[in-house]
Design a protein around this ligand. Structure first.
Ligand SMILES: Cc1cc2nc3c(=O)[nH]c(=O)nc-3n(C[C@H](O)[C@H](O)[C@H](O)COP(=O)(O)OP(=O)(O)OC[C@H]3O[C@@H](n4cnc5c(N)ncnc54)[C@H](O)[C@@H]3O)c2cc1C
Length: 459
C-alpha cells in the first residue's frame, strides 16, 4: 500500500508511525512538506527557550529513518492562490491513500481599524519570525521602541511575551533564528501590555507557563483591575485557574527596584482600534472595557462604553490560528478547516466523502491541544485509512519514480539532504553553545547542501 502524507508536523509523523505499526509490511509512506525542513510547529512554533519539548522529534526522526519512508521537503501542495508544486490529483493518482496533515498556517484577525499597520503582526508571523520560518524571514519587526502590546490569554501570548522580555544572552542560548537574535540586541522595550478580554480567572494559560513568569526577577508585573481575591473563586474555577491565580498574586506582591521592564496584565479589555503615526507605524491602541457576569461554567462578557488609550509601537495579536485553503480541496471558510466526517475522511461541503483523501491534526480538529493530542487523532485516522477500500489502481512504480525524480530535479529536499542539514545545524549550534543554529531560507539551504555534498564527495 502506498500512502502520501502532506505536512511534516507532529500529526504527519504520528500518522506514519501508526501506519507502519498497524499496516501491511509492504506499506510505504512518502511525506511532502512545503518548507525544506521536517517537524512543523515543533520547529516553527514551540518556544526556543523550551528545548525539552523539542525532544519529541527524536521519535519522528526514527520514523523518518525507516527504509519504507521517503521525504520530499520544499514541495508544496498547491494552495488556493496557485502557489505550489503538486496537486491533490497528482497524489490521488500515484497513491492508494492521501492524508492531509497541513496544520493551521494562517491567523485569525481582530477586525479592528489599522490592524495591518507597520509593526502590527499576528503571533503566527511573529513566532515564525523568531523561530526561523522561511515565510517570515522578512518580517523585520522594530524592537527599538518603548511600549509593546500582546493581545491574548493563551500560551502563545506568553511565549511572545517571554521572547520580548528576554535579554539577548538568555535567547542566544536557544535555537532562535539568527535574525531575531540580532533584533533582540536592539530591543529597548520598557513596558509590555498584555490585553485580555475576560478576567484573571478566565485565562487559558497553563500552570508551567505562568510559573515561568516568576523567573523574570527584574521585571515588575502589574495587574489591572486589581486581582480578585483568591478565597472567592467563581464556580468554574479549577486547579489550573487556582494555581495561576496564586502565581498572579505572588507576582503582584513583588516590588522590583528599578525594573528592567514593566508588564501590565490588563484584564477585561478588547482592542477597538489602532492609531498610527504619519509613517503608518502603530503608535497607540484604543481599547474598550468589558464587564463580566460570572456564570456557572464561564463568565459572560459585555462591552461597555468606557474606553482607554495605551501607547503601543509594537502590536502583536495572539487570537488564534486557522487553516489555509488548498487548491481543489474543500474548505470550510467559517471554521478555517477542511471538512471531514467523524473519522477524518475528507468530504465536500455537503458531506459527500472524497475517496482516498483524509485529514488529521490541527487541520481536522482546529488549532488546539498539545503535541500529544495529535497522536490519538492520527492513530484514529490511520485505522480508518487501513480499513477503507478504494476502487483505484495507483500508477506504476516506474511512473511514481519518474515523478519523484522530477520533484528532486526541481529542488525537493530528500531525507538524505535533511540528514546533512540536521548535522550541519547541530554542529554549528554546538560551537555556539546552543542546540542548533537554524538555516532559514531556501537559498541558505541550497548553498549549505552544495558545500556539504562537495565536501563529502572529496572526503
Ligand atoms: C506558537 C506555538 C507554540 C506551541 N508550543 C507548544 C508546546 O510548547 N507544547 C506542545 O505540546 N504544543 C505546542 N504547540 C502546539 C503544537 O505545535 C501543535 O499541536 C502541533 O504542531 C500540530 O501539529 P500538526 O502536524 O497538525 O500541524 P503543524 O505542526 O503545523 O504541521 C503542519 C505541517 O504541514 C506543512 N504544510 C502546510 N501546508 C502545506 C502544503 N500546502 N504543502 C505541504 N506542506 C504543508 C507545514 O509547513 C508544517 O510543517 C504550539 C503551537 C504554537 C502555534
Amino acid at each position: 500500500m502506498r500512502v502520501a502524507i502532506v505536512g511534516a508536523g507532529p500529526t504527519g509523523f504520528f500518522l506514519a508511525a501508526s501506519l507502519f505499526k498497524s499496516g501491511p509490511e509492504n506499506l510505504t509512506v512518502d511525506m511532502f512538506e512545503k518548507t525544506p525542513f521536517p517537524f512543523g510547529l515543533v520547529r516553527f512554533g514551540v518556544a526556543p527557550d523550551h528545548p525539552k519539548i523539542k525532544n519529541v522529534t527524536r521519535g519522528y526522526q526514527k520514523t523518518m529513518d525507516s527504509p519504507r519512508f521517503s521525504f520530499f521537503g520544499n514541495v508544496t501542495l498547491t494552495e488556493d492562490g496557485g502557489q505550489g508544486h503538486i496537486t491533490a490529483d497528482d497524489l490521488l493518482r500515484h497513491y492508494d491513500r492521501v492524508a492531509l496533515t497541513v496544520g493551521c498556517q494562517d491567523d485569525r484577525k481582530l477586525g479592528i481599524p489599522f490592524e495591518d499597520s507597520k509593526n502590527s503582526y499576528s503571533a503566527t508571523r511573529f513566532v515564525g519570525w523568531y523561530n526561523g520560518h522561511p515565510e517570515d524571514r522578512e518580517l523585520n519587526p522594530n524592537l527599538k521602541i518603548k511600549h509593546a502590546t500582546v493581545v491574548g490569554a493563551g500560551n502563545v501570548a506568553i511565549d511572545v511575551f517571554r521572547f520580548l522580555a528576554s535579554p539577548h544572552q538568555r535567547m542566544a542560548m536557544t535555537d532562535a533564528s539568527d535574525h531575531s537574535l540580532e533584533a533582540l540586541k536592539t530591543n529597548t522595550i520598557e513596558e509590555v501590555d498584555v490585553l485580555v478580554r475576560r478576567g484573571a480567572w478566565d485565562v487559558a494559560f497553563t500552570n508551567p507557563e505562568v510559573k515561568e513568569l516568576l523567573d523574570f526577577e527584574d521585571v515588575q508585573f502589574c495587574f489591572y483591575p486589581d486581582l480578585p481575591p483568591l478565597d472567592s473563586p467563581p464556580p468554574y474555577a479549577d486547579r489550573t485557574s487556582t494555581k495561576n491565580m496564586e502565581v498572579f498574586h505572588e507576582l503582584a506582591g513583588r516590588r522590583i527596584e528599578n525594573p528592567r521592564m514593566t508588564v501590565n496584565f490588563r484584564f477585561q479589555v478588547s482592542p477597538k482600534e489602532l492609531r498610527v503615526d504619519s509613517d503608518g507605524q502603530v503608535k497607540e491602541v484604543e481599547v474598550c472595557h468589558n464587564e463580566l457576569e460570572i456564570g456557572e461554567t464561564r463568565s459572560q462578557l459585555r462591552q461597555t462604553d468606557k474606553t482607554s488609550v495605551y501607547p503601543s509601537q509594537l502590536f502583536i495579536r495572539s487570537v488564534g490560528y486557522r487553516g489555509r485553503p488548498l487548491a481543489g480541496i474543500p474548505f470550510h471558510q467559517k471554521w478555517g478547516l477542511i471538512p471531514c466526517d467523524k473519522k477524518g475522511r475528507v468530504t465536500d461541503l455537503e458531506g459527500k466523502v472524497m475517496e482516498g483523501l483524509y485529514v488529521s491534526g490541527w487541520m481536522r480538529r482546529g488549532p488546539s491541544g498539545v503535541i500529544g493530542t495529535n497522536k490519538k487523532d492520527a492513530t484514529e485516522v490511520g485505522e480508518v485509512m487501513l480499513q477503507d477500500q478504494r476502487a483505484h489502481q495507483a500508477t506504476s512504480r516506474r511512473e511514481l519514480e519518474s515523478w519523484h525524480q522530477t520533484l528532486l530535479d526541481g529542488g525537493a529536499i530528500s531525507k538524505q539532504d535533511w540528514g546533512l542539514l540536521d548535522a550541519w545545524e547541530t554542529s554549528e549550534g554546538e560551537q555556539l553553545g546552543k542546540p542548533r543554529r537554524k538555516l532559514v531560507t531556501l537559498l541558505e539551504v541550497q548553498e549549505a547542501l552544495n558545500k556539504l555534498k562537495a565536501t563529502s564527495a572529496t572526503a
